[in-house]
Design a protein around this ligand. Structure first.
Ligand SMILES: COc1nc2nc(N)nc(N)c2nc1C
Length: 310
């Protein structure tokens, strides 16, 4: 039974990845349901064989009295903002002055959600935390497990991997949730970010499971062993590991190309996205230069958030 359960956990996780992340399932829903039924039946007969990383735990367990806390390996800083092309050019000038050489950038959509820190030990999702005060976050592992696009296992296991990303609520799920709350006479959420935060910081994972949350991972914070040397490689690496990574990232050779990308993000283009973005994050591409530039007490010196005009 234990061997079959281990097999089933991996097979179902693989099909979850193909269905939710790639949107390209290779088995029918009936076949998938049969696999899940077999897993649930085996876990019912052998409860001592249930593991927290089993796909059956996606549905969320019993509520918790309160959250445990997790101290972040590195403070989860916030980004300084740019509101104009001049601000963006000023950022580039400062970076090139410190770098003493030309700099290339990666531009990524800034999803309007909440930051999460995910830790994988021996290729298995082990801990997930909110930003909290930047130093210490809340342990919301059980809630994060209910996010279908969050991989429970890495495709290429390493002994330790820590990543950061943004959990969010898609626009359609947000509208549906507020409709249901209105009908139930409950207060509605002001925006998808609040709805995502409210859903993730639930003490009852079953409530989180009932809310459709998404996730985009954007940073390799720590990896045991050799890792990527640029942000572009880091995003490729994260994708290869099975994480959902935002497809609209752009590599720019200089800040003028960054400004071109910014101008392409018209309100129509943003409206066409299934999730809210409140800006673009401009990052120095070279990871060694990121480390050399470091951070102030508040924000990294190697990244800036360009905020769209409200
Ligand atoms: C390096 O720090 C960050 N990078 C980010 N990147 C993207 N794409 N989106 C974010 N919300 C984000 N937030 C922070 C603090």
């Amino acid at each position: 039974a234990e061997k079959r359960l281990k097999e089933l956990r991996k097979i179902i996780a693989e099909h979850d990845y193909r269905y939710f992340v790639l949107d390209a399932p290779i088995i029918t829903d009936q076949e998938y349901d049969a696999l899940m039924r077999e897993l649930l039946e085996l876990e019912r007969r052998f409860p001592e064989l249930v593991t927290p990383d089993s796909p059956s735990q996606r549905v969320g367990g019993a509520p918790r009295p309160e959250f445990a806390t997790v101290r972040h390996r590195q403070p989860l800083l916030s980004l300084s903002n740019a509101f104009s092309a001049d601000d963006v050019r000023e950022f580039d000038r400062r970076v090139r002055e410190l770098a003493g050489r030309p700099v290339d950038y990666i531009v990524e959509p800034k999803i309007d959600g909440l930051s999460v820190a995910l830790t994988y030990v021996d290729g298995v999702f082990t801990t997930g935390a909110t930003r909290g005060d930047g130093e210490v976050g809340e342990d919301v592992t059980a809630n994060l497990r209910t996010i279908k696009v969050l991989p429970l296992y890495l495709r290429q296991p390493v002994s330790r991997l820590e990543v950061r990303g943004e959990a969010y609520m898609p626009k359609v799920a947000f509208a549906r949730l507020n409709e249901a709350r209105e009908e139930a006479g409950e207060p509605i959420f002001a925006n998808p970010r609040n709805a995502a935060a409210g859903s993730l910081r639930q003490l009852d994972p079953r409530v989180t499971a009932s809310r459709t949350l998404g996730l985009f991972v954007y940073q390799v914070l720590y990896i045991e062993g050799p890792g990527p040397s640029t942000q572009a490689e880091a995003l490729e690496y994260l994708e290869a590991q099975g994480f959902p990574v935002n497809p609209y990232r752009r590599h720019c050779h200089n800040i003028e190309e960054v400004l071109e990308v910014i101008s392409e993000w018209t309100p129509e283009k943003r409206a066409a996205l299934p999730y809210e973005i409140d800006g673009l994050v401009i990052k120095v591409n070279d990871l060694a230069l990121q480390r050399a530039l470091g951070a102030t007490a508040k924000s990294p010196r190697w990244a800036i958030a360009y905020k769209f005009p409200a």
